[in-house]
Design a protein around this ligand. Structure first.
Ligand SMILES: [Fe+2]
Ligand SMILES: [Fe+2]
Length: 339
């Protein structure tokens, strides 16, 4: 056997692997609490197909109610369907930069959680309006408006993805990590509130399960923040403030109402959305009113703000819901929040 091959000397250890690379294999654990969270993720795993979707009988609802409920789930899927690729990218990135093992494994578990959430969106839509996004034929102008709105949301989702997709070149890991926080916090409350308001056990169960996952994701972001807070530079902190505002901007499409910045939407978009949400709420889906959503955001914000204060990070101004704070400049390339 050759003793050497070009620069390789087989009598010695192999050369250092140039990073970023997923190799060498590493199982470092800096924070055992992260492993406890991964254990929780495995324990709390659930299967959307065992939820009793058949008990959702389309005959119990009129056509507008079915369209409006499919609308809400399709709107939610703008976020849930992006979850698997968004977190898969985070997972690959953390492998490449050799984050501690439970961080990598937590991201892997979140990819699967998001698949489950998206599956619920798909199953609910298919029950109400089979093949809602592909092949369902609108019968009325109400139906057409619903589909048109959803297509505009996805158009904007594609713009978000372009920003997120390149975020890993432009930002360090802690910054990207911080952008998940606000959304996870608000989503955890929103879904848990919706599960209480919902009038159908199938929706209640799906929403309760999603809420449990979101609260675990939230716990993950807290531990992540604790791990990175001392390493943040002043410049990083400014970007985190911007990211918190971006989180509000992007996720408000489902968690509140879309703010002016970022979203490119037809002028009657919000009227159509309010109508859809109102009808879906009356049909028993558990969609929160604007006042209840504002309350949800405010509670989420107070909690996140308290933690930001501890780390000397400014909270952004969110005038839409009456929160004063630091003015931030909008930058479309930095859209990378999710839940
Ligand atoms: Fe999700
Ligand atoms: Fe999440």
């Amino acid at each position: 056997m050759a003793k050497s091959d070009g620069d390789l000397d087989y009598s010695k250890d192999p050369p250092e692997i140039e990073l970023p690379n997923i190799y060498p294999v590493e199982w470092t654990v800096d924070n055992p609490k992260l492993y406890e969270l991964f254990e929780r993720a495995k324990r709390e795993a659930w299967n959307p197909s065992v939820i009793n979707w058949d008990s959702l009988d389309p005959k119990d609802y009129d056509d507008d109610q079915k369209t409006a409920m499919a609308y809400w789930w399709a709107l939610l899927s703008n976020f849930e369907n992006s979850g698997p690729p968004v977190f898969a990218k985070a997972m690959i990135h953390t492998f490449e930069i050799h984050e501690q093992d439970p961080v990598k494994k937590m991201f892997a578990s979140i990819v699967m959680d998001e698949c489950r959430h998206d599956e619920c969106c798909m199953r609910a839509c298919n029950k109400m309006c089979p093949y809602f996004l592909q092949g369902w034929k609108p019968k009325t102008s109400f139906d057409e408006a619903a589909l048109r709105n959803i297509r505009w949301v996805y158009y904007n989702g594609a713009r978000y993805w372009r920003g997120y997709n390149t975020a890993y070149i432009r930002h360090s890991w802690p910054i990207i990590f911080s952008s998940f926080m606000l959304g996870e916090r608000c989503a955890a409350t929103l879904f848990s509130e919706m599960s209480k308001h919902s009038k159908h056990p199938t929706f209640t169960e799906a929403l309760k399960n999603i809420a449990r996952d979101e609260s675990r994701h939230l716990a993950f972001t807290w531990l992540g923040l604790e791990g990175i807070a001392s390493k943040l530079t002043e410049e990083d902190k400014k970007t985190v403030t911007k990211q918190l505002r971006a989180g509000f901007t992007f996720l408000s499409m489902i968690l509140y109402e879309p703010p002016k910045e970022f979203w490119k939407l037809p002028p009657d978009f919000i009227d159509v959305q309010r109508k859809m949400e109102g009808i879906a709420r009356d049909a028993g889906l558990g969609v929160l009113s604007l006042e209840e959503k504002t309350e949800c955001w405010k509670n989420a914000i107070l909690e996140v703000k308290r933690r930001m204060d501890d780390f000397g990070i400014d909270f952004p101004a969110l005038p839409e819901i009456g929160i004063s704070g630091k003015e931030t400049e909008f930058d479309e390339d930095s859209m990378m929040p999710t839940f």
